[in-house]
Design a protein around this ligand. Structure first.
Ligand SMILES: NC(=O)c1ccc[n+]([C@@H]2O[C@H](COP(=O)([O-])OP(=O)(O)OC[C@H]3O[C@@H](n4cnc5c(N)ncnc54)[C@H](O)[C@@H]3O)[C@@H](O)[C@H]2O)c1
Length: 260
């Protein structure tokens, strides 16, 4: 098993990609620390994972709260004694609009959650991983969830795009800063996937049917939404300890979109 004995922390672990990834890592031997600001969804998901034999610790809170991010790392160390992989996944979009139409408060919130949330996470995950390298010669790994909107312009979601570009800048800078501590740091850039951020967010106001999906995915060569597992399979590959030479990358999982 690829993650045997390792502790994997996933933010936004109650829904979407985080929900899909948790059982996949557990099946590969990982112990899980899951966080989310949806406390009820988090506990319901953790209970169903425990029923299947997974070891799971949870902490409800928001990633734009630095104290919560610090507590999360402490929870991993106190519960499982180590933190091997951290996936900074929690994120959200904002109501669509051209730049002059975006509500300033939501613009700030978008930066706080997507970018500052990733920064707060890394700020507290990195010292634990540096210590693990120094004391136990263990390699750490951080995966930040950016977006296709983080590698190109995304009309009507400009502040989300700005935040996700920021995530990539932070990822690449930190990858260089911590390479000598054996910590690999990468970002993943999904295109539209069938998770609530899309089905309840971007497709809100449509009937959610094939025509709405076709319209949303008209710029994707594969002409369809990704299923969540198609994105999280890539997470398992990127964070796999055997994938030991990959760092500082922003990896698109986008049905071919960025190849155009
Ligand atoms: N689904 C897509 O098409 C897509 C595409 C590109 C990037 N992404 C990114 O992938 C990540 C996960 O998105 P998803 O599709 O699973 O979305 P989702 O809305 O389905 O799930 C996100 C999860 O994060 C939680 N969350 C949101 N804000 C939080 C906060 N401030 N603190 C703690 N938890 C919070 C939510 O409660 C939810 O459980 C996000 O960063 C998103 O921007 C998604």
């Amino acid at each position: 098993m690829r993650y045997d004995g390792m502790t994997v922390l996933i933010t936004g672990g109650a829904g979407g990609f985080g929900r899909s990834a948790a059982p996949m890592f557990a099946a590969e031997g990982a112990k899980l620390v899951l966080t989310d600001f949806n406390a009820e969804g988090l506990e319901e998901h953790a209970a169903s994972l425990r029923e299947k034999g997974a070891e799971v610790a949870t902490l409800a809170g928001s990633v734009d709260d630095e104290a919560h991010c610090e507590e999360t790392v402490k929870l991993a160390l106190d519960t499982f004694g180590r933190l091997d992989v951290a996936i900074n996944n929690a994120g959200m979009g904002h109501a669509p609009g051209r730049t002059h139409e975006i509500d300033s408060e939501w613009a700030r919130k978008t930066i706080d959650i997507n970018l500052m949330g990733t920064f707060y996470g890394m700020k507290h995950q990195l010292p634990a991983m540096m210590e693990a390298k120094q004391k136990h010669d263990r390699a750490g790994c951080i995966l930040n969830v950016s977006s296709l909107a983080g590698i190109g312009g995304a009309p009507t979601i400009g502040m989300y795009s700005a935040a996700k570009h920021g995530v990539i800048g932070l990822t690449k800078s930190a990858a260089l800063e911590y390479v000598r501590y054996g910590i690999r740091i990468n970002a993943v850039c999904p295109a539209f996937a069938r998770t609530p951020i899309v089905t309840e967010g971007m497709m809100a106001g449509t009937d959610g049917g094939k025509a709405a999906e076709d319209h949303l995915t008209r710029g994707i060569p594969m002409r369809r939404l990704a299923e969540p597992d198609e994105i999280t399979q890539a997470w398992l590959f990127i964070c796999d300890p055997k994938n030991s030479f990959m760092t500082g990358q922003a990896i698109a999982v986008d049905g071919g979109t960025s190849a155009m």
